[in-house]
Every structure is written in structure tokens, then in C-alpha cells.
Design a protein around this ligand. Sequence first.
Ligand code: ADP
Length: 330
Amino acid sequence: VRYDSDRQDSVVIDHDRVRPTSKVDFGRGGAWMGRARVCVLGSANMDLVVFADRAPASGETVAGRRFVTIPGGKGANQAIAAARAGGEVSMVGAVGADPYGDEIRAVLAGAGVGVEGVARVEATTGTAHILVEDSGDNSIVVVSGANGTVHDPVAGLDAALEGAEFLLLQLELPMDAVVAGARAAQAHGVKVVLTPAPASPLPPDLLDNVDLLVPNEHEAGILTGKDAPEAAASALLDVVPEVVVTLGARGARWLRRDGGGDHLPAPRVEVRDTTAAGDTFVGALAVALGEGRPMPAALRWAGAAAALSVQREGASTSMPTRDEIDRFDR
Ligand code: ADP
């Protein structure tokens, strides 16, 4: 069931889209709303995490205490966050034809993410080799593997973008793929949300097709050379129409070129692990906006989702469900 915003008097029933799990509800504004449709073009990695007292020096061997493998990558994280928040999500990207790749596809599918667009290619699945020291410091080596083979994603994207409200992009795929994705989304009338991480220079032909940029404070500083988030957000409005700078425990600063903006404080919670807080925030934000909520309400709901995630360990394992977010955001 899809609310046709161009024809306020009509509700269009698209039987192909009605699934047994579809939840139709009334948003805060009282409007008739279906599930938000979100497409993610991005990375999928297996995080290989070792916990040890301290990092070895060059040439040294130290004993580790614990080892875990956790599906990650900013693309997969945002897809899972959006699906758990109640979106109808499809992902486009690549994994290797190996056990890690199979596991990542299974975890995405288990979270309800459509994986038809996640190709299995002749390369190793992307991996992040993470060492966590007792001090809490960590060091990471990323091997992009299959992610690095994604250059021309448009064929896989065309189907995924059909009927979507948002395309979520990050910078862990080759830049030509990210640029092509943004362009394809605009051609489909799909709004583009870019998380500029890891921070790197943004080419004009990407920025031209970005509707909403969501950097964290650190990334906003690198992109603009300005330390103060307010100043960085203003500077970013020269290149994109709308910006949300996430500020960790201080919440988020939203600014729009045509006026409008707000500071949304974060709920006070006890923090256990902030991994993927930003990805949880963006996934939930896209779902809320896709359901037609106004930006301040969407930011508040996304802040509730992220605040829940930082109270739990892990990335995909820490992301809250829609019911949990609603209960927290009362
Ligand atoms: P990233 O995870 O990308 O570095 P941030 O640290 O800015 O991004 O966190 C993203 C969002 O997660 C914040 O805007 C906030 O809503 C939420 N968040 C992060 N840390 C906390 C915290 N300590 N308490 C409550 N919310 C938090």
C-alpha cells in the first residue's frame, strides 16, 4: 500500500508490494503511510576482531584473549539498521564467492534486506582486521576485496531504485561507483543521502546529485577545514542543499539551504559501544523521512535509534527494532 503524495485523495494499492509482513500505520502527522523503501549502495565486510592487552610492536607476537567475526561495512550496517527500523530495504554491492560472503548475504537476508543486488564475485570478501586493546584503543587494517570490484553498479541499481524513496551512499566503494549510483538515483527521482566516510575529497559530479549530507563532526571538519560544527555545516551548504552533522553524545545539528535548521540533543544514556552509531542513525533517519515525517521528528527518532545502539555491543547486533525505537521515543 502506497500513499500517493501527488494525489492527496487517493490511496494506490500496489499488490506486488503488499507482503504479509507489511505494516501499514499512521504517522505522527496522521497521514496514511506505507513502509519506507530504502536502497543502499555500499560496502559489506567481515570484521575480524581480536581482543588483546596491547598491540604487538613490529616483529613481536602477543597473545590475544578473544576473537569474533562480525558482519560489517558501512553499507551493510546502514541496510540492516534501516531494515530493523521497519524499512523495506534492498542492498547493492559485492561479496566474494567464499564463506564470509555467504554469511554476510545470509545475515542481511535474515534482517529482511533484499540481497539480489549483492553480487558474488571472484575476489575475497572485504575484511576489516581489528585489534582492540584493553585501553580501548584500536587499530584496523581494511582489505576492500570484493567491494573494490564494484565500478559500474547501475544494472543492479535500476531494479533496486524502482519505487525507492532514498538511496544511501557512503565512501567505502570505488568513487566511480558512488558517483554513478548518485546519478542513477537522481534519474529515478530517488533522494540521495551521503555519509562521507571515510572522509575524502568529494568530486563535484557527486555533490551535484546529493540531497542530504550526513557527516560526523570529524568528517565535517576534514571536508571544510572548520572545527566548529555550526561553521562546518554552513560551509557545506555551499555544496549540498541540506546537512546533518552528527555530534556523538551532543546529538545532531541540522541545516537547510533554503532556511530551516535545528539542534537535536541526544538522549542521555549509558554508553557501552559506539560502533556504528552513525550508521544506525542514518538508517533510521531514512526510514522516518521515507514515511513522510518532517525532519525534526525524523531526527529525534533516529537519535533514539542511535542512543539504543550505543548501549549495546557490536554493529549490526546492536541495532534496535522499530518497536524498541518507538518505545524509547515516547
Ligand atoms: P559516528 O558513529 O559516525 O562517529 P557520532 O559519534 O556523531 O557518529 O554518532 C551518531 C549519532 O549517534 C549521534 O548523532 C547521536 O544521535 C548518537 N550517539 C552517539 N554517541 C552517543 C552517546 N554517547 N549518547 C547518545 N547518543 C549517541
